[in-house]
Design a protein around this ligand. Structure first.
Ligand code: HEC
Length: 272
């Protein structure tokens, strides 16, 4: 499991150099990040925050077993602020129930506000690895951190790093246009769920999700059997256990079929 998690995390944040978003600054150099929400009319606006401003909410020196376990490290020290404290700075008036975490490396994480509170998640502003420990390029604040004593499931969302924007959303609204594409087919709906939980972080659809991986609808012709087979073969070849990006272990063969069914429906609607 450690391996799995490490691989997944490395993938999430490891390919920093390929970043292509317009407002990207060199990794490790970012001094500011933005926090975005909707106003009462539904228009999005951002506040620019600096690390000192975030730290002024009450930074603490902490350790995280969760982080050390996932990263095979010991005694990594962090300076971190309680995410719940940051949330107090915002008045949410549109029923927002989650944050999207947009990262410098084009990964997009999602955290329900409930999880932030339940697990008392922290935002690390400084990371001090123990002596002799190599720092991977991508390991930069802001970093989501699980404090000791809390035990969320072992998942990469709970360690999203390199965050450049925190954006408040309503999860149902956010996913609604993507879900609609599944229509009423049970298989396609199952495929949608599997896609959103395992693929969307890196393979975007309709501008949602991350862009570390290609846009699958651009690369494969889902309207023909050969295109669908090729996508499954490529997936199995690429995302296997030899790869840092071993996604195969997270999805069953049935889910993968569901994903293909979903993308086929999606492609048909986009073309129509
Ligand atoms: C953490 C990021 C990440 C996640 C999650 C992820 N992928 Fe990928 N995927 C990539 C990257 C990076 C590549 C290689 C670059 C590329 O060709 O897109 C890739 C490649 C692929 C390819 C081969 C594309 C090609 O051009 O060779 C397929 C197919 C694919 N992914 C499908 C999926 C599916 C289906 C899921 C979910 C079950 C998924 N991926 C989850 C990042 C990810």
């Amino acid at each position: 499991m450690k391996q799995i998690f490490y691989g997944f995390l490395a993938l999430c944040v490891g390919l920093s150099a390929c970043s292509s978003s317009p407002d990207t600054v060199p990794v490790g150099k970012q001094r500011v990040f933005r926090i975005t929400q909707a106003d009462s009319a539904g228009r999005m606006f951002s506040q620019i925050w600096t690390k000192p401003r975030l730290e002024s909410l009450g930074a603490q020196e902490i350790l995280s077993e969760y982080f050390d376990r996932a990263m095979h490290r010991d005694e990594t020290h962090f300076s971190a602020v309680a995410f719940s404290r940051l949330l107090q700075e915002f008045k949410l008036i549109r029923g927002e129930d989650a944050v999207l975490l947009n990262c410098f490396d084009d990964y997009q994480g999602v955290l329900p506000l409930q999880d932030i509170l339940r697990y008392d998640l922290r935002l690390a502003t400084k990371i001090k690895l123990s002596f002799g420990s190599r720092k991977p390029d991508w390991l930069n604040p802001l970093l989501i951190l699980v404090p000791d004593g809390k035990h969320p499931p072992f998942q990469e969302q709970f360690m999203t790093a390199n965050i450049r924007e925190i954006k408040f959303v309503r999860l149902n609204d956010y996913y609604a246009p993507l879900k609609e594409m599944a229509g009423t087919s049970v298989d396609a709906l199952m495929g949608f769920e599997a896609f959103k939980d395992n693929c969307l972080f890196c393979h975007s659809l309709m501008g949602k999700g991350g862009n570390k991986g290609v846009r699958l609808l651009d690369v494969y012709d889902f309207s023909v059997e050969s295109g669908r087979i090729r996508m499954r073969e490529d997936f199995n070849d690429f995302h296997d256990e030899d790869n840092d990006q071993d996604i195969k272990q997270f999805v069953t063969a049935r889910q993968l079929k569901g994903i293909v069914t979903y993308l086929k429906k999606f492609a048909a609607k986009v073309v129509a």
